[in-house]
Structure formats: structure tokens, C-alpha cells
Write a protein that binds this ligand. Structure first.
Ligand SMILES: Nc1ncnc2c1ncn2[C@@H]1O[C@H](COP(=O)(O)OP(=O)(O)OP(=O)(O)O)[C@@H](O)[C@H]1O
Length: 251
């Protein structure tokens, strides 16, 4: 694949936390329009990889190329976010007392202060974008409900919907289905399959049923390094993966 087709390419990415090498010479490439799952046992370095991509943690060495050419590994977190790399953490950061619609309004006007944007009238074009976003995440029928009254899964979807209003190019998700019901988990997978048409997605995940159902390529990390990359079938039939990860889970 030509370099420009990789929306992200991490090359020999390494971070050393005072002598503890959490990620070690990690190569990771993400194609445009791809939904990639990043798995591995606890402490493998998955979250740290996302932290380095979004600028929360600075790599000790190696680089992250965005769009094939731009080295973003020394850029600040807000600069990386404004380039279109969005990071969602496990706990949803929504405004519980506000309605679902108001949360979306705030996200749309994110570059202004919370109070200023609340009192600025929403245009009909913005209203349409919000309703289209709510339809995508399945919350169009709940626009006027208080966000705090939503189920755990619905809150996660709302946060994803809010992030999508910023039209990111890459979405980084850390265990998005943790704590969800089976039905919510499947709906989330379907949502991600739709999202990836316009935005590449990286999902750090422990839920193997979820990964099996929605993955094409899976990246396995172990002790900070790449252990294996391939389809779920490739991963499951790999002896080393069984030993370090699936074997650990099974036994
Ligand atoms: N800021 C830090 N300082 C020191 N050590 C850190 C720091 N951040 C992470 N680590 C260590 O780096 C290793 C990798 O952590 P990381 O959270 O990336 O793993 P993970 O694969 O996401 O694990 P889990 O699946 O349990 O979330 C762990 O041993 C962790 O304790």
C-alpha cells in the first residue's frame, strides 16, 4: 500500500517511563476506512499506544506519521485533536444535567466557551446536523431526555456522536463496550462499522466476542511489542498468542 493510504503509521514507537519500557519499537499502520482492534493481556501497552497517538504521552523514540507524511509525535494533544484525531476514554464525558440535544449542541460549538455557546442560537443547518448525528447513534427519539437518564450504553453512544460532530479522521476508543449489555455491544459494533466508512477507527478491547464479530484485522501486543497481526482466525491459531493471551484467558 502507498504511504499516503495509511492514515496513521507508527514507526518503532517506544516509550520509557523512568526505565520501564511500556511500548517497545512498536510498528502499527492503520489504513483509511479501517476498523482495527488492538488486543493483548493487561499491561501489554495498548492504552499507552493510544496515548502516544493522541499526544497524551510523548514517545521516547520512534514516530507517528499522520496522512503518510506529517510527523505528529512531538505535537501537543490539542494540536493533534485539531488535526482530526479524536480520543474517547472509558468514562463518558457528557453533561448529565443537559438534554441529549444540548450535549450535541455543545459539541458542535466546542471551540467556544460552554456558556457562550449555550446562549448562541443554533442554526437550522446545525439542528439538522445534530439530528442526523443522533439518528446515526440511535438516539434521535431521545433528543429531549436528560443525558443523565440514559443507559450506560446510550451515554457511550452520545459521546461518540458528540465526537463525530467534530468530523474526525481517526477515532481512538478505549474499551467502548465495557459494561454494556450484549444488545448494546452488538449495536456498538454496528455503529463502528458505519463510522469507519468516513473515519478510521482503532479500538482497544478485551471483549473477544465483540472483536470476533466485527474485526477484519486484529493487532496483538505483548509486553510493549507487536506479537501478531492478522484476522481473528490467524490470531486464534497462533501458538504464541495462545500462550500469552488467549491461553491466559482460557486457563
Ligand atoms: N505513566 C506511566 N508511568 C509508568 N508506567 C506506566 C505509565 N503508564 C503506563 N504504565 C505501565 O505501562 C504498562 C502498559 O500499560 P497500558 O495501560 O498501556 O497497558 P494495556 O495493554 O492498556 O493494559 P490494560 O489492558 O490492563 O488496560 C503497564 O505496566 C503500566 O503500568
Amino acid at each position: 500500500m502507498a504511504q499516503a493510504e495509511w492514515i496513521l503509521s507508527c514507526e518503532k514507537l517506544t516509550v520509557d517511563f523512568d526505565g520501564f519500557v511500556a511500548v517497545n519499537q512498536m510498528d502499527f499502520r492503520l489504513a483509511r476506512g479501517e476498523l482495527r482492534f488492538l488486543i493483548g493481556p493487561n499491561g501489554a501497552g495498548k492504552t499507552t499506544m493510544l496515548d502516544m497517538i493522541c499526544g497524551k504521552t510523548k514517545p521516547t523514540s520512534g514516530k507517528v506519521l499522520y496522512g503518510g507524511t506529517m510527523d505528529i509525535s512531538r505535537k501537543k494533544e490539542h494540536q493533534i485533536a485539531s488535526l482530526g484525531i479524536a480520543r474517547k476514554f472509558q468514562a463518558p464525558s457528557i453533561f448529565q444535567p443537559l438534554s441529549v440535544f444540548e450535549n450535541m449542541e455543545l459539541a458542535l460549538k466546542q471551540n467556544r466557551s460552554v456558556w457562550a455557546s449555550l446562549f448562541r442560537p443554533t442554526t437550522s443547518e446545525q439542528r439538522e446536523r445534530i439530528m442526523a448525528g443522533l439518528a446515526l447513534i440511535g438516539l434521535d427519539g431521545k433528543a429531549q431526555l436528560r443525558a443523565g437518564s440514559l443507559s450506560h450504553g446510550e451515554k457511550q453512544w452520545l459521546e461518540i456522536g458528540m465526537m463525530l460532530l467534530q468530523e474526525p479522521t481517526v477515532l481512538l476508543l478505549d474499551e467502548p463496550v465495557a459494561g454494556m449489555t450484549d444488545v448494546e455491544t452488538m449495536k456498538t459494533g454496528e455503529l463502528l462499522m458505519t463510522i469507519k466508512e468516513n473515519c478510521s477507527v482503532v479500538v482497544v478491547e478485551h471483549d473477544m466476542e465483540f472483536v470476533r464479530a466485527f474485526s477484519s484485522t486484529v493487532t496483538v501486543m505483548h509486553e510493549g511489542s507487536l506479537l501478531k497481526e492478522g484476522t481473528m482466525e490467524d490470531i486464534q491459531s497462533d501458538q504464541r498468542v495462545a500462550e500469552v493471551y488467549l491461553g491466559q484467558k482460557a486457563g
